[in-house]
Design a protein around this ligand. Structure first.
Ligand SMILES: O=P(O)(O)OC[C@H]1O[C@H](O[C@H]2O[C@H](CO)[C@@H](O)[C@H](O)[C@H]2O)[C@H](O)[C@@H](O)[C@@H]1O
Length: 237
């Protein structure tokens, strides 16, 4: 159920920042199968047409993948936890660091690598369930090159250069839109830094699904996310 407070967030127009996996799309067995929740593209289009609100998708994926799934013309997508910012020069890639991390990874059954060029995600969803906690612990303990950090997510460990992240990106977006009330909707542990940032800015944090979170508001699943975006597009907010 959508908390009523989310339908009356005040007089300021909204800066809606939405995560992709688990938020606009249900979690799938493989990243290539994470199709958007039914109605998500239409809800995003409607929100974009709303004259006052601003809308951004902020994801750990490459931005082009999210565009491929959503197909919403003119949608602003910030990728790779803030490293990939449309309109800004491409960041240099540190391939040597990624290769070093790969060479230090543990051997775990079912584990596979998603090399995103600038960052690396190591997935263990296909690892037999009893081995998954150990896989998570081993991946978190991999010694990293200087200036790199590990971020645990849903059956994944992401390695990325420090200095970015969803919290950082939300701070940048809030500076661009000082008249708007920032709202961040996300589902994963990697989204907690975004919740902390948006709350620090006096904005609203909405967690999708179960699990501990800093976010004061909850939605049950991506279907409710679509409902909420649609209501905001109609002017409730
Ligand atoms: O920031 P997000 O948009 O939430 O992206 C986070 C990561 O999502 C993807 O992995 C996760 O979703 C997959 C599809 O549902 C799932 O199979 C996997 O277990 C999840 O970890 C994506 O593959 C990563 O690159 C993103 O960083």
């Amino acid at each position: 159920m959508i908390p009523e407070e989310l339908l009356c967030l005040g007089e300021r127009p909204l800066l809606v920042i939405c995560d992709y996996d688990g938020t606009l799309a249900p979690i799938a067995v493989h990243p290539s199968r994470a199709f958007p929740q039914r109605g998500a593209a239409q809800a995003l289009e409607a929100l974009q047409r709303h004259g006052k609100h601003r809308l951004v998708v902020l994801t750990g994926r490459r931005a082009q993948e999210v565009h491929g799934f959503l197909g919403v013309a003119g949608l602003r997508v910030i990728g790779l936890h803030g490293l990939e910012w449309p309109g800004r020069p491409e960041q240099p890639r540190d391939r040597a660091a990624i290769q070093q991390i790969v060479s230090r990874l543990p051997q775990v059954e079912g584990m596979w690598l998603e090399d995103k060029g600038w960052t690396l995600a190591v997935h263990y969803r296909d690892t037999p369930e009893p081995l998954q906690p150990k896989a998570a612990a081993l991946l978190a303990a991999v010694p990293l090159p200087e200036g790199w950090e590990a971020m645990p997510g849903k059956k994944v460990c992401e390695y990325r250069p420090v200095g970015y992240g969803k919290g950082w990106a939300i701070g940048q977006l809030a500076l661009e839109h000082p008249q708007h009330h920032p709202v961040f909707v996300g589902d994963d542990r990697t989204d907690e830094e975004g919740f902390a940032a948006v709350l620090g800015l006096g904005g609203t944090a909405v967690k999708v699904g179960g699990g501990e979170s800093l976010a004061p508001y909850r939605l049950g699943n991506s279907l409710e996310v679509v409902e909420l975006l649609t209501l905001w597009a109609r002017g409730c907010g």
